[in-house]
Design a binder for this molecule. Structure first.
Ligand code: WT7
Length: 635
C-alpha cells in the first residue's frame, strides 16, 4: 500500500457501487441458482428474443453432451443487432474503434447492422450457407467483428485464428475446419510495423485444399499479391449489387437457428500437438455470456466498456463482440500495442473516450507497471468505475498497483477465472463482493466448482487439488469439432461426471478460490495458452533437431516464459547462431508468442520408463529445487 500500512484482508466495495449494482446480492442469486438451476437460467434466457421458446432448459440425457434450451429457436445476431435497431438504440454507438495510427471509426447500432447485413449478403452470394465454416484471420479492425457477426447471421460457423499466429498454426486450423472461405487483411499494424497477414495466409493456403475464396480487407494498403479468381478485395465486394438484398437495400434476413446449432469454433491448445476446436452454440452461449457481463462488469446503458483483449481469443468473442452487443452496450476497441508510441497510450484513450470499465490481463498490467506511475498519472482516469483481469493468476503486487494507480482505490477489480471451453466467467467476483488480491473469489451463481484429489475426493480447506466443475452451465463447450471422443476423454474421463479444468487451485477458509495454474502440459505465456507439444513439434520440424522438450519458467512480465531443451541430430553442433535460428523457426511456424526465451542444447532428456519426457524434472533442475518437489499434481 502507498501509505505503508498493512494491506487489508478484504477490499470492500463502496456503498455507491453496491447501491447501483445490477446484481445486488451474490448470496441471493447463488441460492436461487442452487435451488433451481434450470429456473435460474430460464429467467435470464427470457430477456432475449426467441423465434420459438425452448421446451427444456437443460437436457442431461446424453451427458456429457449436455444441451441447453432445446427446442428453442433464435440467432445470437438477432439479439445483438436486429433487436436493437428496432429501438432507440439504433442511434447509440455500438463500437468506437481507434487504430494504432490514431485513426478513429465509430459505428452506431444502425451502421454496424448495415455493414453486417451487407457482408452477410456477400458471403451468401459466394455460396456460404448454414453450417459452413469460415476462417477469419485478421488484425484488430472493426471488420473482424463484422465478419464474425455476418457469419453467425447466416448460420455459418466462424473460426477466428488469432492474427499473431503464423503459417503452421493457421494452416492446421484451415485444414481441420475445412473452411471454404477465408477472410483476412492485407496487413495489420502492431508497434508501428506491418504484420504480413495476407502473405502468411498465402503460405498457409499452399497446402490447404478446401479454401476456394479469400476476402481481403485493405488496412495497410501495402502491396500484396492477389490471386485472380481466388482473392477478392472486401471493399470491391461491398460495393457490388451482391451486397444488397434481393429486395434491394442493405437488409439481410437473419437465419433462424436452433438453440443448439453451432455458432463458432475456436482452436485452443491441449496436451497433444494438435489444437482442438472448441465448439460453442447460439442459445446457451448467448444467455451465459450476456448474464455474466451484465452482473460482473455491471454495464449500464450509458457506459463505455473496453475489453482490451484480441477478438481472436475467447475473451474477445465473448466480451468484445457478443456480450456487449447483447446488452446494447458501447464497446471500445483498440488496434495496436499498449505502449505505442509511448507507455501512456492506453491511459490517454481511457481519458479521451471516458472509459468506465476496463478489462485486461495480468501480463499487460505488469508490462505497463514497469514504466512507472508517471504515465498513467498524466491522465484523468476518473471515468473508470470497475476494472477486470483474466488469463492467469494475478500476483497481489500487480493487483494492488492496478487498484491504486489505475483505479485510485475506488474501482473494484473483477478477477475472472474461465476458459475457452467455458465460454463465460466461471469463478469471479461481482462488484458487491469483498475482494482479496489474487483470488478470483467464488463461483458465479449456478456454477458449482470444487477442488479434488487424484481420486476425485474433495480436499481439505487450504490444500491444493484439481479444480473441477460439477454442474453444466449454458455457455459450456458442446464438443470438440469433429472429435467427440476427444471431448469426452479430455474433460469428462478423469472424473466421470465432473468437468476437468486442467487447473489446480486451493480454497481458503472463506470459501475463496485461489487458482494456482495448469497441471497438464499447457503453458500460459503472457496469458496465451500454448501446448508444450506444439512447441516441441515446431522444434522437431527443424532439420537440425532430433528431440525437444519445452517447459515454462517464471517470468516477471509474461508470467511464464518458454524454455526448451534440444537434442541435436548427428552432424550438428550447438551454437548461439543455431539457438537463434531455432527461435526464429518456432516463431515462423507458430507465431511470435511461441518464440522460446531460451534454447538449451542437451545430450539427453529425463524420461519415464515408458519414454515420456519428465518436464517436471527439467523444471525442478532449472529452478534448483529437489526433483520430486515441484508439483505433486503433474503426471
Ligand atoms: C486458462 C484458460 C478465459 C479467457 C482467457 C484464457 C487460466 C484464466 C484466470 C484467472 C487464474 C486464469 C487458467 C485457465 N486463467 N483466467 N482469472 N486466474 N488463471 O482462456 O486460453 O482458454 O485459458 O487460463 O489456467 O485454465 P484460455
Amino acid at each position: 500500500m502507498s501509505n505503508g500500512q498493512e494491506a487489508p484482508v478484504f477490499y470492500k466495495p463502496s456503498p455507491e457501487i453496491v447501491a447501483n449494482a445490477n446484481a445486488k446480492s451474490y448470496e441471493e442469486l447463488a441460492r436461487h441458482a442452487s435451488e433451481d438451476l434450470p429456473g435460474f437460467w430460464a429467467k435470464q434466457a427470457e430477456q432475449f428474443e426467441w423465434f420459438q421458446k425452448w421446451d427444456t432448459v437443460l437436457d442431461e440425457s446424453a451427458a456429457p453432451f449436455y444441451k441447453w434450451f432445446t427446442g428453442g429457436k433464435t440467432n445470437i445476431v438477432y439479439n445483438c443487432l436486429d433487436r436493437h435497431v428496432a429501438t432507440w438504440r439504433r442511434n447509440k454507438l455500438a463500437l468506437i474503434w481507434e487504430g494504432e495510427n490514431g485513426e478513429v471509426r465509430t459505428f452506431s447500432y444502425h451502421a454496424l447492422n448495415r455493414e453486417v447485413c451487407k457482408f452477410a449478403n456477400v458471403l451468401r452470394s459466394m455460396g456460404v450457407k448454414k453450417g459452413d465454416r469460415v476462417t477469419i484471420y485478421m488484425g484488430r479492425v472493426p471488420e473482424l467483428p463484422i465478419a464474425m457477426l455476418a457469419c453467425a447471421k447466416i448460420g455459418a460457423i466462424h473460426s477466428v485464428v488469432y492474427g499473431g499466429f503464423s503459417v503452421e498454426a493457421l494452416h492446421g486450423r484451415l485444414e481441420d475446419s475445412q473452411s471454404n472461405v477465408a477472410i483476412t487483411c492485407d496487413g495489420g499494424y502492431m508497434n508501428g510495423k506491418i504484420v504480413e497477414l495476407k502473405k502468411i495466409m498465402d503460405e498457409a493456403l499452399k497446402r490447404a485444399a478446401t479454401v476456394e475464396h479469400v476476402i481481403v480487407f485493405k488496412r495497410t494498403g501495402h502491396d500484396v499479391p492477389m490471386e485472380a479468381g481466388r482473392d477478392y478485395w472486401y471493399h470491391d465486394l461491398m460495393a457490388l449489387p451482391i451486397a444488397r438484398s434481393a429486395a434491394g437495400g442493405n437488409r439481410c434476413e437473419t437465419e433462424v437457428m436452433d438453440a443448439e446449432d453451432p455458432l463458432f469454433m475456436l482452436y485452443t491448445s491441449g496436451t497433444t500437438g494438435k489444437p482442438k476446436a472448441i465448439l460453442h452454440t447460439h442459445g446457451g452461449y448467448m444467455v451465459g455470456v450476456a448474464t455474466t457481463l451484465k452482473w460482473v462488469f455491471d454495464l449500464k446503458e450509458e457506459d463505455r466498456w473496453w475489453c482490451a483483449a484480441d477478438p481472436g481469443w475467447v475473451t474477445g468473442h465473448s466480451y468484445i463482440v457478443y456480450g456487449p452487443l447483447l446488452l446494447g452496450a458501447t464497446s471500445f476497441m483498440y488496434e495496436g500495442a499498449p505502449t505505442y508510441p509511448y507507455p501512456n497510450r492506453w491511459w490517454s484513450m481511457v481519458e479521451k473516450y471516458g472509459i468506465n470499465v476496463l478489462y485486461t490481463a495480468p501480463t499487460a498490467i505488469r508490462g505497463l507497471m514497469r514504466f512507472g506511475e508517471a504515465w498513467p498519472n498524466r491522465h484523468d482516469l476518473s471515468s473508470l468505475r470497475l476494472l477486470g483481469t483474466v488469463g492467469e493468476p494475478i500476483n497481489p503486487e500487480a493487483w494492488r498497483w492496478y487498484h491504486r494507480v489505475i483505479g485510485k482505490e475506488r474501482c473494484p477489480i473483477m478477477d475472472t477465472w474461465w476458459q475457452t471451453e467455458t465460454g463465460m466467467f466461471m469463478i469471479t467476483p461481482l462488484p458487491v463482493v469483498d475482494l482479496k488480491p489474487g483470488s478470483a473469489t467464488r463461483p458465479f451463481p449456478g456454477v458449482v466448482a470444487d477442488i479434488v484429489d487424484d481420486q476425485g475426493r474433495p480436499v481439505a480447506t487450504g490444500e491444493e487439488g484439481y479444480l473441477v466443475l460439477k454442474r453444466p452451465w449454458p455457455a459450456m463447450l458442446r464438443t470438440i469439432y469433429r472429435d467427440p471422443d476427444r471431448y469426452v476423454q479430455q474433460y469428462w474421463t478423469k472424473y466421470p461426471g465432473l468437468y476437468f479444468t486442467g487447473d489446480s487451485a486451493r480454497r481458503d477458509e472463506d470459501g475463496y478460490f485461489w487458482i494456482i495454474g495448469r497441471v497438464d502440459d499447457v503453458l500460459k505465456v503472457s496469458g496465451y495458452r500454448l501446448g508444450t507439444a506444439e512447441i516441441e513439434s515446431a522444434l522437431v520440424s527443424h532439420p537440425a533437431v532430433a528431440e525437444a522438450a519445452a517447459i515454462g519458467l517464471p517470468h516477471e512480465i509474461k508470467g511464464n516464459a518458454i524454455h526448451t531443451y534440444v537434442i541435436l541430430k548427428a552432424g550438428h553442433e550447438p551454437s548461439e547462431a543455431l539457438a537463434e535460428e531455432l527461435k526464429v523457426h518456432v516463431g515462423h511456424e507458430l507465431g511470435p508468442i511461441a518464440r522460446p526465451e531460451k534454447i538449451n542444447f542437451v545430450p539427453q532428456l529425463p524420461k519415464t520408463r515408458s519414454g515420456k519426457i519428465m518436464r517436471r524434472v527439467l523444471r525442478a533442475r532449472a529452478l534448483g529445487l529437489p526433483e520430486g518437489d515441484v508439483t505433486t499434481l503433474e503426471e
